[in-house]
Structure formats: C-alpha cells, structure tokens
Design a protein around this ligand. Structure first.
Ligand code: URA
Length: 199
C-alpha cells in the first residue's frame, strides 16, 4: 500500500512539473498568476472536474477556492465528504481572460494532463461540473450519444467499463450556478446525495 501511494505521488509530481512548464509557455498564462493543476487525495474514489480556474484560483494556485468553491465545500459537507478525500481539478489549468468560456483548442491543449491525472487517480466516480467538462468526459468514455445539456442529465449515473473495472460518471451543475441563483443550491444538494453511496 505504502509503495502504491508513493508511486502515485511520484507520477503526479512529475506530471505536475510537466504541466506547469507547459502552462508558463501557454498564451493564457499571465504573469503574477498561478496555474491551477488540481489537488486532493491521490487515492480518491471520487474525482471532480470543473471548467477552468477563476480569479481567486489563479492568484492562489488552488482549485475551487472562490465563491464556487465555497458552494462546493458546502455540498461536500452536506453528504459527509471531506475535501481532502476527493480529487479536484479542471479542464483548463489556466484562467481564461474575464472567465470566458474555454475554447476547443484550449481544452485539447490541456487534455493530456487531465487524461493522465485520471489515469493516476483511477477514481470509481467522476463528477463533471457543468457542460464543458461533461462534454469532454462523455466523449472520452464513448458516451457521446448520451450527451445532452446539463439541465437534462444532471444527477444521473452513467456507467462505463466492465463489471470488474467500472467507472461511474455523474454530470452535475457547476456550483457557480448557485452563486447567482440560490434555488439551484437545492437541486445541487439533491444531486450530491447520490455520492453518499460511493464515498
Ligand atoms: N470554477 C471552475 O470551474 N473551477 C475552479 O477551480 C473555480 C471555479
């Protein structure tokens, strides 16, 4: 067990170094900000994938530490999951200007890092936060024919893989929606309840 953990740590450290080097040469990088690689337990059963760092994430280097992060913490708390038990990352590791939507070529450019993060962590459940990460993960796992807007598929469980090596994909609304529409928090809380089964 100790050996497995340290191998994962080494692999993730190497990947992070490569990713940061890539970030510092990427057009989205701006001086005085940090790339946001992702963080959490390398043995996490549940992995969360957001869209891209916002302002607070880009000045701290940590994912989901602004207003959307507060909501995510509250949602995790509501189902008795600690942030340290899960792994949290984003499609893009750099903040797009004015938090604009990610461009396809940006998602493609950062995809190899996310793919390797998923491979290292090997989670049982991937929760996609919002439309962009849902579309990416559905495509990656051959679920393109099941892809609909997040308002249609939020909270549903999609299973891929074999009986012995299965992965559950659960699309969720992005927590930021609850920062400008408080009614959405109720829906998010309902959807998060499904995670009690997988923690
Ligand atoms: N929104 C995201 O998608 N990711 C973050 O890390 C913060 C806000």
């Amino acid at each position: 067990m100790v050996q497995i953990c340290s191998m994962k740590e080494k692999e993730m450290e190497k990947l992070k170094k490569e990713c940061l080097e890539f970030c510092y040469r990427h057009p989205l990088y701006s001086q005085g900000t940090y790339p946001v690689f992702g963080e959490g337990s390398l043995n996490a059963k549940i992995m969360f994938i957001g869209e891209a760092p916002g302002y607070y994430e880009s000045i701290s280097g940590h994912p989901f530490c602004g207003a959307a992060g507060k909501i995510l913490d509250e949602l995790l708390d509501s189902v008795g999951i600690k942030r340290e038990e899960v792994y949290i990352t984003n499609l893009l590791k750099l903040r797009p200007p004015e938090n604009r939507d990610p461009k396809i070529e940006e998602i493609k450019a950062f995809a190899p890092y996310l793919d390797k993060q998923i491979k290292i962590i090997n989670p049982k459940v991937i929760c996609t936060l919002g439309n962009y990460s849902t579309a990416f993960i559905f495509e990656k796992y051959g679920l393109k024919d099941k892809l609909q807007g997040i308002s249609k598929i939020h909270g549903k469980v999609f299973e891929v893989g074999s009986l012995f090596d299965s992965l559950k994909i659960i699309p969720l609304y992005h927590p930021a929606v609850a920062t400008y529409n408080p009614n959405m928090k109720k829906i998010l809380k309902e959807d998060f309840k499904i995670l009690e089964k997988f923690k």
